[in-house]
Design a protein around this ligand. Structure first.
Ligand SMILES: Nc1ncnc2c1ncn2[C@@H]1O[C@H](COP(=O)(O)OP(=O)(O)OP(=O)(O)O)[C@@H](O)[C@H]1O
Length: 316
């Protein structure tokens, strides 16, 4: 396909809305309330949000499985409404649910998928893809005899048969053990190194923090944050001062304006806002309370804190 190198974005979505119609006893549901998302070409982009936030709805709109109610979407420079076929060719989508044809072997399944995408026989790379995902030995096995992790890797393989420039993974590691998760990410990182743009939704904040260059947080159908990962984390005005007292403290400690928690190992955890509080002020309070400090360190916030704070702010 045409890789349109002049386009900056792999995916550009503006004002995307989706209202699911009422059916039976279920009322209409506004799942996306006008979201803007821009994914840079060649990046790894994370879409985070609690259950029901609207992540799958957005991905299903991109994949052409759900029709949007309003807004504009362009994928690899192609408008979704005007050029749905090109958009489909630009995307490899790994769905959340393992729902696959069990009558074919993995190799047959990939060949059929390649055929559906019109990949000529001479350009097919089915065995190469199976090898990369550690499924070479299972090429001729029954799909129903594969483990859950293998099935998930087979879904990734299927999404890549037509060599799309964008790979979308919807909760790819849910229920996958640590070893397989590692293997899956190694392959995804390899694709990334080859220039493939990766979009993933995950509930594993740590995973997103580790892998994604940019993260959008969706909550209740709205984008509450969309920034480079580091900036997102540093934008949170919260740190933790960890203090090891010279002598063990028994029970309660009152530090006035500061909250303090005595950890099991005897250290004190004191949260503070760097924009408002100097560490010296906390040390003064400790000194007034008669606590001698043996050692201290500060802990940065992680994505979990950002996530909680942003989603809390929105629902407050
Ligand atoms: N086909 C549908 N008909 C009606 N409502 C739907 C439909 N699909 C999703 N919804 C609703 O839209 C909202 C967003 O759902 P969506 O599946 O996009 O969330 P999500 O962020 O992907 O959540 P999860 O992480 O649980 O997959 C939810 O309230 C959900 O119940």
């Amino acid at each position: 396909m045409d890789f349109n190198p002049n386009q900056e974005y792999a995916i550009a979505a503006r004002g995307v809305r989706k209202t699911y119609r009422a059916s039976g006893k279920s009322p209409a549901k506004e799942a996306l309330k006008g979201i803007d998302i821009h994914v840079k070409r060649g990046s790894i982009f994370g879409l985070l949000g609690p259950n029901g936030a609207g992540k799958s709805t957005f991905i299903n709109i991109l994949a052409g499985l759900v029709g949007k109610t309003a807004g504009e979407v362009s994928v690899w420079g192609f408008d979704l409404d005007a050029n749905p076929r090109q958009v489909r060719a630009a995307l490899g989508v790994v769905p959340q649910e393992i729902n696959m044809e069990v009558f074919f072997t993995p190799l047959e399944g990939l060949e059929i998928q390649a055929g559906l995408y019109g990949v000529p026989k001479s350009k097919r790379r089915s065995m190469e893809i199976l090898r990369a995902l550690g499924l070479e030995e299972k090429a001729d096995a029954y799909v129903r005899n594969l483990s859950g992790g293998m099935k998930r890797r087979l879904l990734v393989a299927k999404a890549m048969v037509h060599s799309p420039p964008i790979l979308i993974l919807d909760e790819p590691t849910a229920g996958v053990d640590i070893e397989l998760r590692k293997q899956l990410w190694e392959y995804v990182m390899e694709l990334h190194a080859q220039g493939v743009t990766i979009v993933l939704t995950t509930h594993y904040l740590e995973e997103a923090q580790e892998l994604c260059e940019e993260i959008a947080i969706i909550h209740n159908g709205e984008v509450v944050a969309c920034e480079p990962t580091e900036k997102l984390i540093s934008s949170l005005d919260r740190k933790m001062l960890m203090v090891t007292p010279a002598e063990e403290l028994n029970g309660h400690l009152d530090l006035g304006a500061f909250d303090v928690e005595i950890k099991q190992d005897g250290r004190l955890a004191i949260p503070y806002q760097p924009s408002k509080t100097q560490v010296a002020e906390i040390l003064e309070s400790l000194s007034s309370a008669g606590v001698m400090v043996k050692d201290l360190s500060t802990v940065e916030s992680d994505l979990e804190d950002v996530f909680l704070e942003l989603t809390y702010r929105k629902s407050a």
